[in-house]
Design a protein around this ligand. Sequence first.
Ligand code: AMP
Ligand code: MN
Length: 222
Amino acid sequence: MASGQLSRAEALACSGCRHACHVMLYCDTKSQLFGRLPIRHIILMQMRFDGLLGFPGGFVKPSEETLEAGLSRELLEELGVALPISVEDHADSCYAPASSHSSSSPSSRLITHFYVKKMEEEQIKEVERAAASIATDHGQEVLGMVRVPLYTTKGGGGLAAFLSHSFIGNARSQLADSLLRLNLVAPEELHKALTRSLKIHTHTSEDLQVAFALTEAKRKRF
Ligand code: AMP
Ligand code: MN
C-alpha cells in the first residue's frame, strides 16, 4: 500500500482520528462539445465555500454511523439526493495532508475515505438539477457543481486548465488516480495535461502578480 494509505479496517481502528468521506460520481456520455469533441465521461466535482474544488461529502462519525451512511447523509445535504453508497464503492482511505486539519482540533488526525460510484447519465443530470434547486447546502457550503473536462481543445484548454486550479486536501490526486484506475483518461494523455498544468501554473502566478500590483497601486491612492 502506498505511504499514507490505509485499509478501511485500519482506518476505522484509529479511535482518536476524525473521518471524512467524499465520492466521485461519474457516468459515460456520448455527447460531444461543439458537436465534434467527445466528452466521454461526466465527472462531478464542486466549487466549495472556501473557493477550492473538491468532491461532495464531509465529516462522518463512525461511532454513530457507518462511513457509507455518513457519506449518504452528507450527500443529501450537498446534492439534495439520497444516494445509497456501499462498501463496494470504497476506493481508498488515507491520512489527509496536514493543511486539511481543522484548526478547531489540530491534534486529531484526519483520515479521508474516498468512494467512486458509476451512474447512468440521466441520474447524474438529476443530481445536478437537485444540487442547484433543493440541496440545503446550495449557496452555502456548496457554491455549485462542476463537470471535469477530460478533453483537450485545439488551444490546449480542458483537462490541463482544470487541473491547474486549486483543490482541497488531496482531491486533485484522488481525481488523477481515479482517471487512471478507471481508464477514463490514458496515462500518456494525463501526463501531457499535467505537464501543461504546471506551465499554466507559472503563468497564473505571473497573472496574480499583475492583479496584485494593480490593487497595490489603487490601495495607495485612497
Ligand atoms: P468537508 O466537510 O467536505 O469540508 O470535508 C471535511 C474535511 O475533509 C475538511 O477538513 C476538508 O479539508 C477535508 N477534505 C475535503 N475534501 C477532501 C478531499 N477531496 N481530500 C482530502 N480532504 C478533503
Ligand atoms: Mn463537504
